[in-house]
Design a binder for this molecule. Structure first.
Ligand SMILES: NC(=O)c1ccc[n+]([C@@H]2O[C@H](COP(=O)([O-])OP(=O)(O)OC[C@H]3O[C@@H](n4cnc5c(N)ncnc54)[C@H](O)[C@@H]3O)[C@@H](O)[C@H]2O)c1
Length: 227
């Protein structure tokens, strides 16, 4: 399975990429990182309902971790698909700190952000500030989060005055990318991710841009295959 080691001296971390690799996440966590046994998964109500979510939690429990799951927004308050950007807020950061305390997270514990860029930005902001910073892992589930927001260590919440006005730089201990989870992603979100990918080609890498152009039909087919 492809792996990129992002070299940042003592903050270096692996980015593990593959298809159908979520089943191996608990084992990878146990074997690669020697972390405390308390974890909180921060996610959103949509992802909690997908068929891979509960098995992921069960495997972590079986591997010996005490697993808490926190949805943003909280499950009971929002039944329809919410605009997650509204919940990338200081109120939700406070809510997460409370949930981390309830789950008795300490400096050895880990926050696992399972979701798109909004969930990742909020969860990583909370992980970077709770007890002055605890372990963080990203499992990005949108194309944008897989190619952009989960990498590089930028965390953020919004203020009423504007987007991403408060944040930290905080590197995760691992980024674990299963491209198979993108199957349920709506067409609009796939488009957003591809726009970001094209931007990389335009800004930084001519040969990568040419590669995208040569494969434009494949890309269009992927987008068309979505609802
Ligand atoms: N930290 C960074 O470096 C960085 C970089 C770029 C963007 N961002 C931030 O990322 C955010 C946007 O993230 P996004 O585009 O991933 O959107 P998002 O997190 O709002 O997710 C979009 C929608 O996709 C749904 N979804 C997520 N994964 C799914 C899956 N596998 N199947 C079905 N539905 C799924 C979500 O429930 C949500 O409704 C913005 O807040 C932006 O500021 C951060």
């Amino acid at each position: 399975m492809p792996e990129i080691n992002l070299k940042l001296h003592k903050n270096s971390y692996p980015i593990i990429i593959g298809s159908k690799i979520l089943t191996g996440f608990a084992k990878a966590l146990k074997q690669r990182l020697f972390l405390g046994n308390r974890l909180v998964i921060v996610t959103n109500p949509t992802l909690r309902r997908l068929n891979w979510f509960n098995p992921l939690c069960k495997r972590l429990s079986r591997a010996g971790y005490k697993v808490g799951v926190v949805s943003v927004p909280p499950e009971a308050t929002h039944r329809r698909e919410p605009d997650l950007e509204k919940f990338k807020s200081n109120q939700m950061a406070m809510y997460l700190y409370g949930e981390f305390l309830k789950n008795r997270l300490d400096r050895t514990s880990t926050v696992i952000a399972v979701g798109g860029g909004t969930t990742g930005d909020l969860a990583s902001f909370a992980a970077s500030t709770y007890m002055r910073g605890i372990n963080l892992i990203h499992i990005p589930t949108t194309l944008l989060a897989q190619v952009d927001s989960s990498i590089g260590g930028k965390t953020a919440i919004n203020l009423p005055q504007g987007k991403n006005l408060v944040g930290t730089f905080y590197q995760p201990r691992m980024v674990y990318i299963d491209i198979d989870v993108l199957k349920s992603l709506p067409r609009r979100e796939i488009r957003c991710g591809f726009a970001e990918i094209v931007k990389y080609g335009v800004i930084k890498d001519g040969s990568f841009f040419n590669y995208l152009e040569e494969n434009i039909e494949v890309i269009q087919d992927i987008i068309k295959s979505k609802n």
